[in-house]
Design a protein around this ligand. Structure first.
Ligand code: DX5
Ligand code: ZN
Length: 224
């Protein structure tokens, strides 16, 4: 199993976005978590494709694009063209989820399904074999720097069991409230891609990113 830190640029200083991304990349982060919000599926609006295209020119990280938008199928093509490597859409925002996952794969990108905290895992039942990643929201989506919802741990554990029982290699990404006091809990429950926004970006971006990259590398070593 690979363990990855996915720094969420939502908490970066947008006035120095290039520098902030360079800092986490230099610290060893292989993933970059990119939150697109439409002001409909979630209350907030973040940024869109021109920003993703611009940072694509400066970074060779895996672009993990989390679409928090209604009817995300409208934007699959453009997300792919903007430089995404993984495109994750919310089950709650998409009526024809099976078809949307196929569209993502047709663009040549990896596909993920995201679930809000209260959405049960059974919506994944028929699609689990078709996706590369499941993103479990451990806060209600829309904002950075919120508190990890405790019942997420049981959900991560149950999803890991589902994936293992079916003999799949699907990644489990956990998003929201990941910091020094929650990262181990999420890992031990079975997550392998850990999003961290406010715990990474700030006064000491490089130092924070280095700390979590090391923690995940050490964890991967122990699990070998
Ligand atoms: C929230 C976003 C997250 C957010 C996480 O809706 O999907 O990716 O940036 O921020 P932290 O790590 O601060 O909870
Ligand atoms: Zn996110």
């Amino acid at each position: 199993m690979h363990y990855e830190l996915a720094p969420s640029i939502l908490s970066a200083d947008f006035a120095r976005l290039g520098e902030e991304i360079c800092a986490v990349e230099t610290a060893g982060a292989q993933y970059l978590h990119i939150d697109v919000m439409d002001g409909m599926f979630v209350p907030s609006i973040s940024f869109g494709f021109p920003v993703i295209k611009a940072i694509r020119r400066t970074s060779s990280c895996i672009f993990d694009v989390h679409l928090m938008v209604e009817q995300p199928e409208r934007y699959i093509e453009e997300t792919a063209k903007s430089g995404a490597d993984i495109i994750t859409i919310h089950a709650e925002a998409c009526t024809h989820l099976d078809r949307a996952i196929e569209w993502i794969h047709q663009t040549g990108k990896k596909a993920g399904i995201a679930l809000n905290p209260s959405t049960p895992l059974n919506v994944l039942d028929y699609l689990l074999e078709k996706v590369d990643m499941v993103l479990l929201m451990s806060v209600n989506p829309g904002f950075g720097n919120q508190k990890y919802i405790d019942y997420s741990t049981r959900k991560i554990r149950e999803l890991r069991r589902m994936i293992d029982e079916r003999g799949l290699q699907t990644d489990i990404e956990v998003d929201g409230g990941i910091n020094d006091s929650t990262i181990r809990t999420a890992l031990e429950a079975g997550a392998n891609i850990l999003v961290a926004g406010s715990a990474v970006f700030g006064e000491e971006t490089s130092k924070n990113a280095e700390k979590y990259v090391k923690l995940l590398r050490d964890y991967q070593e122990i699990c070998r």
